[in-house]
Design a protein around this ligand. Sequence first.
Ligand code: BGC
Length: 347
Amino acid sequence: MKIGKLCGPKMEVLKRGAALGGIVLGAGVLSAGCSGAAEETRDSIRIGVSLYRGDDTFINNIRQELEKCAKTWEQETGLKVILDIEEAKGSQYTQNNQVERFIALGCDALCINPVDRTAASAVIDKAMAENVPVVFFNRQPVEEDMNRWDQLYYVAASAKESAVLQGQIVADSYREDPSVLDADGDGVISYVLLEGESSHQDSLIRTEWSIQTLKDAGLPIERITGGIANWERSQASALMEQWLAQYPDTIELVICNNDDMALGAIDAMERADVLGIQVVGIDGTTPGIAAVESGRMMGTVSSDKEAYAQAIFTIAADKALGRPVEDDIDLENGKYYNCPQQIVKIE
Ligand code: BGC
């Protein structure tokens, strides 16, 4: 079986080595500090990272890449990085306390994956008060909060781009062979939809643009039902089990806002011994890609986790050293970075 990788519109590769090539960093480095105050000699930086949850597959993939970035950076610069990674276990209160602790420990920059993206102001207040720059990621603070300070950044994969690419996987497959998606041959693709957390920007945007892309491509789609499974495999599996019983021999396609929910739907299909339903995801997590490779999933949209983590780490490290963000991190409006994404599907 061949796996095809198609580039998304914003394909771009970050070259760390090249970026650092011009900077000579030895046993110590002169830093102006975030405030531009007294210069100091440094041989290490400290970065505090708080994850909204520690059991999220996608976030764990990013965490692993971040740890790799820190090691590479240490080798390249000769400086030490203390990467303090905490999990907030779904509690904004816990995350706020972690931020306080990071600041008390003297962190030079923070990387925050907010629990409640509408409540980033408490984190921003604490960071601004102590002049500690913040790189938010994956759960986007509201614009009003992001505009409060010029030392706030946001790194993610564009939700609209993920969804358009997900729609393309389905549309291309239908064009190649309609019977793959219209298994009963009634001229209609009957689909169900699994959505992430209702408060997450990605859920709303991915749902909207995935369906819009199918409509724009002229596919004859019909929604059977849909539900919120909060990004979780087990919740998706329970919903899919229910739908398989409620709508026997009807569902032809499961559109999922992420890979974990796609895997949950597949779990339910396997338990019920149902074959022939196509499933598409988003993320390109390790188990998601494995499901595409084994033919259990039609395709996924893989965000470049290396570039994603590299952007988070580079911005944080540059800010920790009191420098402007390197030019090869392509920031929109000086604060937003979108990582490249690509289709992964069975050819
Ligand atoms: C990812 C999900 C993840 C969520 C966490 C989304 O962008 O696609 O897999 O659970 O972020 O915030």
